[in-house]
Write a protein that binds this ligand. Structure first.
Ligand SMILES: [Zn+2]
Length: 205
């Protein structure tokens, strides 16, 4: 028994290089949570220094242990925020969700949400980061505007049932059961489609 006992130095050496499970156990969280905290101090080889980790954990507010259902609700909110501008209804639902979580878990429920947001974006590498902040070229902006105008026109035309399907691949126009060469009738807006011939070709590819 005494033979297996680690010396003081050996014990300290071991605490300097902890695996994720042991490190998480040391500060009382799940390995999953620890992995997703991008600012948790780590050694170059990915292990954790126990002393540095404890000091770091002492400085941060504990997160509540949420049920899977509630974490799922936060993930849905997070995904919705990445999808572009939420509508008024979606914004109200997001606020309702966050208020409900605060009522049941306390203020720190929002920290879980912030952790999720940071974890999602912290891994962005430099090229992607540069791309996100890049000012689009004039041609790119024009292209987006053209696209938006086309979408708006197509939506308005759909409302009046004045759309003509054009094959995206060969440019043929749908005329009932047939696809023919030609232009959409005056006042009709062309929308993308795929003729049966091109569809078959696509399948074979
Ligand atoms: Zn076609």
């Amino acid at each position: 028994m005494a033979k297996d006992k680690l010396t003081r130095t050996q014990q300290i050496e071991r605490l300097k290089r902890l695996g994720q499970q042991a490190a998480a156990w040391l500060i009382g969280c799940t390995a999953w949570a620890l992995r997703d905290w991008p600012d948790a101090p780590r050694n170059a080889d990915g292990t954790y220094n126990g002393r540095e980790l404890v000091a770091w954990a002492r400085d941060r507010l504990p997160r509540p242990a949420m049920t899977d259902d509630d974490v799922e609700r936060l993930l849905v909110v997070q995904e919705r925020l990445y999808g572009g501008y939420p509508s008024e209804g979606e914004t109200l639902s997001i606020i309702d969700t966050l208020q409900d979580l605060r009522a049941r878990y306390g203020e720190s429920a929002w920290l879980v949400f912030v952790d999720l947001l940071i974890a999602e974006w912290a891994e962005l590498d430099e090229p992607r980061r540069a791309e996100v902040f890049r000012v689009p070229t004039e041609a790119e902006i024009r292209h987006r505007v053209d696209q938006e105008i086309a979408n708006q026109r197509a939506n308005a035309a759909r409302g009046r049932l004045q759309v003509a399907a054009i094959c995206d691949y060969c440019g043929k126009l749908r005329r009932g059961q047939r696809w023919v060469k030609g232009e959409p009738p005056a006042g009709y807006v062309s929308v993308e489609g795929c003729c049966p011939q091109c569809a078959t070709r696509e399948d074979k590819m």
